[in-house]
Design a protein around this ligand. Structure first.
Ligand SMILES: [Zn+2]
Length: 306
């Protein structure tokens, strides 16, 4: 094996449907040159899930996840849960390249942003009903909707035997409660906590249930994430760029839009951080060994064989 050339890697989380990433031909050839052989692109609502499938169908090495993101639920979704899950199922079954349901989950941060902006009541945005309800109560209603969609999509993934990409922001306790409810034995090695918050209880859950931990470019500048990534067992780690978001340092200083070729920067940063922890990590996890292991993890996560 030529150790000087780029090693094969898997960017397990991107959103290639964002116009900022076009033209995709060039972006994907830069990724290939950097050794990023596999890319997963995730939808965040029905429209972008459909688009994720089209992109995956159009390009070799690109796979799709389809799902409704918790941040996209304030748009008249509450009366149409069954209908939307059915539509999502149709998209999921439309292509062999759909390997996962995602990204799905819970996000209290989005709710607090709406509250602190002092915007229009989120309930008004959502349905036009109950204009007299307090913003806080309205937020709780939107959060209840997030939970309902998360559960329904998790169950859909279990039924369809698809892998699952979980988004969680400031809602770890609720997330773990729901997981204890909907978890199925078949989910082992098939679920990822995307851009995992640096919380010990999430890591404990992941280790106990063979869930993968997604690490992103913020590991290059967040102290919390740096400490966290040292504690994640190597067989639980997967890497992701979350393109076009979360551009790693030092690229971030020049260009704010992230892209899959930057996965190699994250790969290197994580290796270096882990090498600081133990001598064992420094020798055993160096170079190709580390990259091969996280790539294997990703292939296992999405039930793909090489
Ligand atoms: Zn994402």
């Amino acid at each position: 094996m030529n150790h000087d050339g780029p090693r094969t890697t898997f960017d397990t989380h991107t959103h290639l449907h964002f116009p900022a990433l076009a033209p995709l031909e060039q972006l994907l050839s830069r990724a290939r040159e950097a050794g990023v052989k596999y890319i997963l692109t995730a939808g965040v609502d029905l429209r972008t899930s459909q688009r994720a499938v089209e992109i995956a169908e159009a390009y070799p090495g690109v796979y799709a996840a389809v799902g409704i993101h918790p941040g996209n639920l304030a748009q008249g979704y509450q009366n149409a849960l069954a209908e939307n899950i059915d539509a999502l199922k149709g998209i999921a079954l439309s292509s062999e390249k759909v390997v996962a349901i995602g990204e799905i989950g819970l996000d209290r941060h989005i709710l607090s942003e709406v509250l602190s902006r002092g915007d229009k009541n989120p309930e008004d945005v959502q349905s036009g009903q109950n204009p007299s309800i307090s913003p806080k109560a309205a937020n709780e209603q939107v959060f209840a909707l997030q939970k309902a969609y998360f559960k329904a999509q998790f169950k859909l993934a279990v039924t369809l035997q698809k892998s699952i990409i979980i988004h969680n922001r400031e809602a770890a306790e609720d997330l773990l409660n729901i997981l204890s409810d909907v978890w199925d034995a078949s989910c082992r090695d098939r679920v990822v906590l995307h851009c995992c918050e640096a919380r010990q209880e999430l890591l404990d859950y992941a280790i106990a249930h063979d869930v993968f931990i997604g690490i992103d470019g913020d590991v290059t500048y967040s102290r919390k994430k740096q400490d966290f990534v040292k504690r994640v067992p190597l067989d639980r780690l997967v890497l992701e760029t979350d393109s076009p978001f979360l551009t790693p340092e030092p690229i971030k200083r020049e260009r704010s839009i992230n892209e899959p070729s930057n996965l190699v920067v994250i790969d290197r940063a994580v290796q270096q951080l882990r090498a600081e922890t133990t001598e064992e990590a420094a020798t055993q996890e160096s170079g190709a060994f580390f990259t091969n292991q996280v790539t294997e993890n990703a292939l296992k996560l999405f039930q793909m064989s090489t």
